[in-house]
Design a binder for this molecule. Structure first.
Ligand SMILES: N=CN[C@@H](CCC(=O)O)C(=O)O
Ligand SMILES: [Zn+2]
Length: 413
């Protein structure tokens, strides 16, 4: 039996009532806390917690870690990343500084196709090594569950290669990992003038092979002008459903398309980006169980609009936030920065941003029964901060990490 008793917790945060698996709209402002607390981890889960004034007798028998007055949060749940990639793209960073837009760079053969060309020639081993290093960094920054997409393969072999790397990450890392098939990320050069051919390849070859090996949990498409139309996205999501894959899709990043409504029609677990948040999209989400996943560090890096988080929350939509870690639009996997940006740029309250990054992030990966809040029986993936004067200090101190210790499955990571 493995045990760890965390004592002297200044504030234990995220004590949502048992059975709370997602927070909608304005209820996201509620983040129940307990001052001056202890918490016991046993065999990887939270087995008890309480006030330091009532620390049970016999506690000296457990290995003890003092939180030294810091806050304890459930780990960040990062529900949207592309962290398997072959090479960085800082040359595009410089092009952006010189005035080129994301679309200009993509049209010039950069962007996703650039990453796909590099990934073709990179071995599974090398991809695993570089993605592992990124994920190690993310966990040290407080991330305790992650979703990872394919989408830099764009051929049957390379999409499968990426998903096998993600499977190996699932098998070797101690945190929950979800895999998403994003073959519909861009039209590969070979199909530049034959979109129908690539859609058929996704539906007839890639999807059955991926499903046959059980390599994906979800299906995604980049529903965007110049990428996949709403009609094409609709076909891909229908085909995914035949293989039991629920959608999590990229929509309304660069243009308004009606893709959110298509996602809702297909009962998407989440629709992600929404930098352009139109009223029709908000209305369709407010009557659905689909989560709106917002990616403010993508807006920061590309210098594009920020999603209308307040409008979504006022319409009772559940909002999650995630990094979108990828080499082109968001070369950062730091959820602490995302939480700060959610406050600074999405105008979310600290409580709303933290719920969006924990319980609702877990929900956007189908993991909120085991992660995203503090409760007996939940997985003991926790982060401990330095002593902070208040909860708001965490997002306020942007660009600096307050995370002092990360606990994964009840053990110090
Ligand atoms: N928008 C589409 N996909 C990624 C960017 C991919 C890339 O530029 O490599 C995103 O979520 O931002
Ligand atoms: Zn993305």
């Amino acid at each position: 039996m493995s045990e760890l008793l965390i004592t002297h917790i200044g504030t234990l945060t995220g004590l949502h009532p048992t059975g709370t698996t997602v927070l909608r709209g304005l209820s996201m402002a509620s983040l129940p806390q307990m001052e001056n607390a202890w918490l016991l981890c046993r065999d990887g889960v939270i087995s008890a917690y309480g006030s330091m004034e009532d620390l049970p007798g016999g506690h000296a028998a457990f290995p003890v870690l003092s939180a030294k007055g810091g806050f304890v949060f459930p780990c960040w749940c990062d529900s949207h990343t592309h962290l398997v990639f072959a090479a960085s793209r800082e040359e595009e960073f410089v092009m952006k500084i010189q005035g080129k837009s994301y679309e200009d760079i993509a049209a010039a053969g950069g962007g996703i196709l650039n990453s796909a060309a590099k990934l073709q020639d990179t071995s599974e081993e090398a991809l695993y090594e570089s993605a592992s290093a990124r994920l190690q960094d993310m966990i040290r920054q407080g991330t305790g569950a992650v979703e990872i997409k394919s989408g830099y393969g764009l051929t049957p072999d390379s999409e499968l290669k990426m998903l096998r790397v993600i499977r190996r990450i699932k098998e070797t890392f101690p945190i929950p990992v979800k895999a998403t098939l994003l073959a519909a990320h861009a039209y590969p050069l070979a199909f530049r003038n034959n979109h129908e051919g690539y859609i058929r390849q996704i539906i007839d070859e890639i999807l059955p092979a991926v499903a046959g090996e059980g390599l994906a949990d979800y299906i995604d498409a980049f529903c965007e002008q110049g990428f996949f139309s709403v009609g094409e996205t609709d076909r891909i999501l229908s085909a995914g459903a035949k293989h039991g894959l629920r959608p999590k899709i990229h929509v309304n990043q660069l243009s308004i398309s009606g893709g959110v409504q298509a996602g809702v029609k297909h009962k998407a677990l989440s629709v992600d980006h929404l930098e352009l948040t139109d009223l029709e999209a908000i209305n369709s989400l407010s009557n659905s169980s689909t989560i709106a996943t917002l990616l403010p560090s993508c807006s920061l890096y590309l210098d594009i609009p920020y999603a209308n988080a307040r409008g979504l929350m006022q319409a009772d939509v559940p909002v999650a936030i995630a990094t979108d870690y990828n080499p082109g639009s968001t070369p950062s996997g730091n959820m602490n920065l995302v939480v700060s940006l959610a406050c600074i740029k999405l105008k979310m309250l600290p409580e709303e941003a933290i719920n969006a990054a924990t319980l609702n992030g877990a929900a956007a990966m189908g993991l909120s029964e085991e992660l995203g809040s503090i409760g007996v029986g939940k997985r003991a993936n926790l982060l401990i901060t330095r002593p902070m004067p208040s909860l708001a200090y965490l997002p306020y101190s942007f660009g600096q990490s307050q995370v002092s210790t990360v606990i994964i499955n009840g053990k110090v990571f």
